[in-house]
Write a protein that binds this ligand. Structure first.
Ligand SMILES: Nc1ncnc2c1ncn2[C@@H]1O[C@H](COS(=O)(=O)NC(=O)C[C@H](N)c2ccccc2)[C@@H](O)[C@H]1O
Length: 532
């Protein structure tokens, strides 16, 4: 019995709960490897499904003893590893929503999240460095030995007894474009609905070893955990430090026998730049059988170079927003047919539906015409944490059946439909820019610049200006060997093929593109580059 006499809360094995869904393989074959990870001695260690479940249950008992109530929040700060997964599964078992964050998230952002989430507990790993957690929050550490409580959370009376599928599994804070981060509240039912929908894409079998390269606060990491464990496969978390050293990154993948690598496009940039030979060697070995990416457009010239090095691998484009975990999983042909201008984001996963609406709210079903993607999905989030107004702005009555009570998610993404109804991403609604009254598609400018000899990457954006038209500016990276391209020549090259209003006003050569903590191109940092 727990301290105040209540029956301990548990998720019953029969209902949808992250723990039951992700540990199902432990029932089937507890000796299979659940996680292969870097060991303290620099080698690799394996945690089986049986061992993982033992760690979960030991953490459940320790957390249960703290007398937290279903719905009390826990901040889980860690790199992705077996003990972090055990901790989030222990939280799921007890109905404690976890807010994932990672060591590289700056202090003031963590404090903003704590201010919003008002968590009962902050848990970090044994060797976590975080200090300065407010007194109102309990603190603890986890490790292979279990949970060590440093500061017990404030006592509370337990009101709830059971954990239900619509209870919150996690709240992940996105860096919303407007400063204040928004807490995306995902229920057990929602997360499992997407993972079940993704099963139909048959990305993974139990023999696969899936490398995760995203930080825990990015739901691409949570998808990787769900995908690997949900199929009884093996999760291989890649330590952050390895990602910045391409040779160490590739040797880690090889040593761990990784068969799939999940990551945003930027994780491949250093490898393509510095270790293409080693990657080509691995491509010939044929162990790497699938590359799954998401988060932003994969620049096509980089994707083509990656495909040349991995001719036997399959490529998958995962599209969607944290508010529904994701929306579509689409096979990308390898090699890309010549002349391909954009990647398809295909069709929504089983059980969900993407539709295009025009700015007047009417359905767009004319191939080639741009509309905004609205998503009907069983994995729709529960809402933004304590922000009903922001929720109402994106969870809308189904425009096709307004009286039905159905709701859809307004994605803020634009797309056009292809001949078979498959969708092609055309940027964000708020990134459609007008230059001197003309709509400019930044991707088109970037594609043109990318064709200039020696340019390896291009990012176009408008720089805000107090007075007068916003200025179109482009940033390029170039091959390490060759000379930096002459900016005047690049602009002349644009003028030869683009209307005048689409020719950048300025062009900067940068060594590499800055990325956000989630690994996406950081356009704010780029703009600051020019301001400085
Ligand atoms: N494959 C894409 N092409 C092009 N633009 C994209 C793409 N995937 C997102 N995006 C963009 O990123 C936005 C969502 O950003 S997010 O909320 O941080 N979520 C993600 O980036 C990852 C997403 N939750 C996810 C998790 C797990 C598997 C697949 C996808 C979308 O609305 C798109 O604008």
């Amino acid at each position: 019995m727990s301290p105040n006499g209540a029956r301990p809360v548990r998720a019953h094995a029969s209902v949808d709960n992250l723990r039951t869904y992700l540990l199902a393989a432990a029932r089937r074959d507890p000796d299979r490897p659940a996680v292969i990870q870097a060991a303290a001695d620099g080698g690799l260690e394996t945690v089986t499904y049986g061992e993982l479940e033992r760690r979960v249950d030991r953490l459940v008992d320790a957390l249960d003893a703290l007398g937290l109530d279903v719905g009390d929040r826990v901040i889980l700060e860690s790199d992705t590893n077996a003990d972090a997964v055990a901790t989030l599964l222990a939280c799921a078992t007890l109905g404690l929503p976890f807010t994932p964050t990672s060591p590289e998230v700056p202090d003031e952002r963590l404090l903003t999240i704590i201010d919003s989430a008002e968590p009962a507990l902050h848990i970090q790993s044994d060797h976590g460095q975080r200090t300065g957690i407010p007194e109102t929050v309990g603190t603890a550490r986890f490790g292979p030995g279990g949970l060590t409580v440093e500061r017990a959370p404030a006592p509370r009376v337990r009101r709830r007894r059971v954990v239900t599928p619509i209870d919150t599994a996690y709240i992940t804070f996105t860096s919303g474009t407007t400063g204040r981060p928004k807490g995306v509240v995902m229920s057990h039912r929602g997360v499992i609905a997407f993972l079940r929908g993704a099963e139909a894409a048959r990305l993974v079998t139990a023999e696969d070893r899936v490398a995760n390269t995203s930080p825990l606060q990015f739901d691409f990491a949570l998808f990787d955990i769900g995908l690997a464990l949900g199929h009884g496969a093996t999760l291989v978390p890649v330590p952050r430090a390895r990602l910045n050293w391409p040779r160490r990154f590739l040797s880690y993948l090889r040593d761990a026998g990784v068969t799939q690598v999940d990551g945003v496009p930027s994780v491949w940039r250093p490898v393509l730049r510095h270790e293409s030979d080693l990657l080509a060697e691995m491509g010939q070995e044929g162990v790497l059988s699938r590359i799954t990416f998401s988060g932003e457009d994969f620049p096509l010239d980089e994707l083509r170079r990656l495909q040349e090095l991995l001719p036997k691998a399959r490529f998958t484009n995962g599209y969607g927003a944290t508010e529904t975990m994701a929306a579509s999983i689409t096979e990308v042909p390898n090699p890309l047919p010549p002349g391909t201008e954009r990647l398809s984001i295909g069709y929504a996963v089983a059980g969900a539906e993407m539709m295009l609406l025009g700015s007047d709210g009417s359905p767009v079903d004319e191939p080639g015409t741009i509309g905004e993607i609205y998503l009907r999905s069983p994995s729709l989030f529960s809402g933004y944490w304590r922000d009903p107004e922001a929720t109402r702005a994106v969870v809308l009555p189904d425009p096709l059946h307004p009286g039905s009570g159905q709701v859809v998610f307004k994605t803020g993404d634009l797309a056009h439909m292809g001949p078979e109804g498959e969708l092609y991403f055309r940027g964000r609604v708020d990134s459609q820019v007008q230059i001197r009254g003309n709509r400019v598609e930044l991707g088109e400018v970037e594609r043109r610049i990318g064709q200039f000899a020696g340019v390896t990457g291009a990012v176009a954006m408008v720089l805000p200006r107090e007075d007068g038209d916003p200025l179109l500016h482009a940033f390029v990276t170039c091959a390490p060997a060759g000379p930096a391209p002459d900016t005047r020549e690049v602009l002349a090259f644009c003028r030869a093929a683009l209307p005048a209003y689409m020719v950048p006003h300025g062009l900067s050569v940068v060594n590499e593109f800055p990325v956000t903590v989630n690994g996406k191109v950081d356009r704010t940092a780029l703009a600051a580059h020019v301001a400085s």
